[in-house]
Design a protein around this ligand. Structure first.
Ligand SMILES: [Zn+2]
Length: 129
């Protein structure tokens, strides 16, 4: 997937994907493989949703989350598109194996599945669960 990296020093966030561009606010970020991979995952999401619907879904999901959580960071991190990007940003091979509409799977996950009970495992065992 072709993309161009553009340096935008006044941007408040480190990186942003605006198809077909990746914007970064530090010149050195163009060499940050994890950040660029994160933004490339967003480019893949944008292509799959035919670009414009991506922004509509992204911002409507954000507004819904903001009403629900009443905090920017929580609303942002719970965006379906962001969940996929953050989950896979460190896997530099992810885009080669990523299924079509992978974000939709995250969207369709039952709420409880994303909870991590590992830290409570010993307590559960002691209680007989
Ligand atoms: Zn992102």
């Amino acid at each position: 997937m072709p993309y161009l990296i553009i340096y935008v020093p006044f941007m408040k966030v480190a990186g942003m994907a605006l198809f077909p561009f990746i914007l970064v606010n530090e010149r050195s970020y163009r060499y940050d493989k994890v950040l660029i991979n994160h933004e490339r995952i967003h480019l893949a999401q944008q292509i799959e949703t035919l670009v414009l619907p991506f922004y509509l879904l992204y911002f409507s999901n954000y507004l819904f989350n903001l009403l629900r959580y009443r905090q920017h960071h929580r609303a942002y991190r719970r965006l379906y598109f962001e969940k996929e990007a953050y989950q896979h940003e460190s896997d530099l091979q992810y885009l080669h194996k990523r299924p079509f509409w992978a974000f939709f799977k995250i969207c369709a996950q039952p709420k409880g599945r994303s909870l991590n009970f590992e830290p409570f495992q010993n307590s559960f065992q002691r209680l007989g669960f």
